[in-house]
Write a protein that binds this ligand. Structure first.
Ligand SMILES: [Zn+2]
Length: 399
């Protein structure tokens, strides 16, 4: 059935003259269609216009949607969704690249593409061993076994990793003898701390970029972000620098991880600014595409929707002017404190007249956008497990 569906799509798509040499795979964690629409409506409202100003990636020529449910729930979590998006196989919520039988390992396309001779990068604004990036290199029956997952990183040989840091570098109890950071350095990786340090170390073959020595944190939220903090845009720039040295080409997965975190808090302002920040990182890939239009594929999707966000809660208007007030105040506001204060969050949602149904994830399909070599395969309805298969097909890598 799945093969027939793929073949049907393939014939409606012009045959690819050549394979994609450079592939960008962007995953907006928790980014449903409405998160994107809220960001676009905010931009339009900034100009005093009713409507939606398109983001970079919403102008991509191909759009589809992907069913996101996991093997055991209609509503997926990030590790099961990450597994589907990285291996083309479903698993149960909470499990990372291990099949529902609890023993069989599932293989991420990052490994397949790397074995085919391409350079590979895995990056996020979360810690590198958090669910979505971890699904591209790790295997564990529990997504929360961060130390065990992190231990797999040096053995991958992937050329570039980046994120806020690494969770549990000395284990859950902090009592492991060897820290993940030491293991990574011993495994032949150069550790770079922040973008300036990366620039000094960029000629190294294998780089792990985090915020600071021993970091266990996420990158700062886009709203109220301190000057000089590590951003997803810088991470994508750094990845291009390292990966494009390989004449064969590259594959990178870059996650906008904090869209999900802000949406779990029902934080409208945070959700909007994280989505805009994710778009800025995609714009860097789009500029790369402009330099290599015959050889580049960009795919943008989400793992699931978070929060059950809706624009409007009574009547025919919502009003995002409150977002500007928060933006102006953000320099003097403790953003994490504000995010975790249900009263201030509720008053913003009330004033903006938007609604949320859950502090968790919701279960509808997620949007998919694509541009470049092989992009037409991503049009229409698909399962989330189809996406990595189509990426391999576009690259000419055996799935
Ligand atoms: Zn997620």
């Amino acid at each position: 059935m799945a093969v027939a569906a793929l073949l049907a799509l393939a014939v409606s798509c012009k045959p690819q003259e050549k394979h994609a040499k450079y592939v960008f795979y962007f995953i907006g964690d928790g980014m449903g269609s409405t998160h994107v629409a809220a960001a676009e409506a905010y931009l339009a409202q900034e100009r005093g216009v009713i409507g939606m100003d398109p983001l970079c990636f919403t102008q991509f020529p191909v759009m589809g949607e992907a069913v996101s449910c996991s093997a055991n729930h209609i509503i997926t979590d990030s590790s099961a969704a990450g597994t589907a998006l990285s291996t083309g196989e479903k698993t149960n919520n909470g499990m990372l690249c291990i099949a529902p039988d609890s023993t069989t390992q599932q293989k991420s396309i990052a490994y397949k593409i790397h074995e085919a001779g391409y350079s590979v990068g895995v990056m996020s604004t979360t810690p590198i061993n958090h669910a979505t990036p971890a699904a591209f290199f790790g295997h564990n029956i529990k997504r929360g076994n961060y130390y065990e997952i992190g231990k797999e990183l040096p053995g991958t040989g992937f050329e570039f990793f980046a994120g806020g840091g690494l969770y549990h570098p000395k284990g859950k109890e902090g009592n492991e003898e060897v820290s993940l950071y030491d293991m990574i350095a011993e495994g032949g990786y150069t550790l770079a701390y922040g973008y300036e340090d990366f620039k000094a170390k960029k000629d190294a073959d294998h780089i792990v970029l985090v915020q600071r020595e021993g970091s266990e944190e996420i990158c700062p939220y886009a709203l109220g972000r301190p000057e000089g903090a590590l951003t997803l845009s810088q991470i994508v720039e750094a990845a291009i620098t390292v990966l494009e040295r390989n004449p064969k080409g590259f594959f990178m997965m870059a996650e906008g991880g904090l869209i999900d975190w802000t949406a779990h808090s029902q934080d409208l302002a945070g959700t909007i600014f994280e989505t805009l920040d994710f778009d800025q990182a995609i714009a860097i890939a789009d500029a790369f595409y402009a330099r290599h239009p015959e050889e580049t594929l960009i795919v943008v999707t989400a793992d699931h929707e978070t929060g059950g966000l809706a624009l409007g809660r009574r009547g025919y208007d919502y009003d995002l002017t409150v977002i500007d007030k928060i933006k102006s105040a953000s320099a003097s506001t403790d953003v994490e404190k504000y995010m975790n204060d249900p009263q201030s969050i509720d008053s913003v949602n009330e004033e903006a007249r938007v609604g949320w149904t859950t502090y968790s994830h919701s279960g509808g399909p997620v949007p998919v956008w694509a541009k470049g070599v092989g992009a037409c395969q991503f049009a229409g309805r698909q399962d989330n497990t189809d996406i990595p298969k189509k990426i391999c097909a576009a690259m000419g890598v055996a799935f």
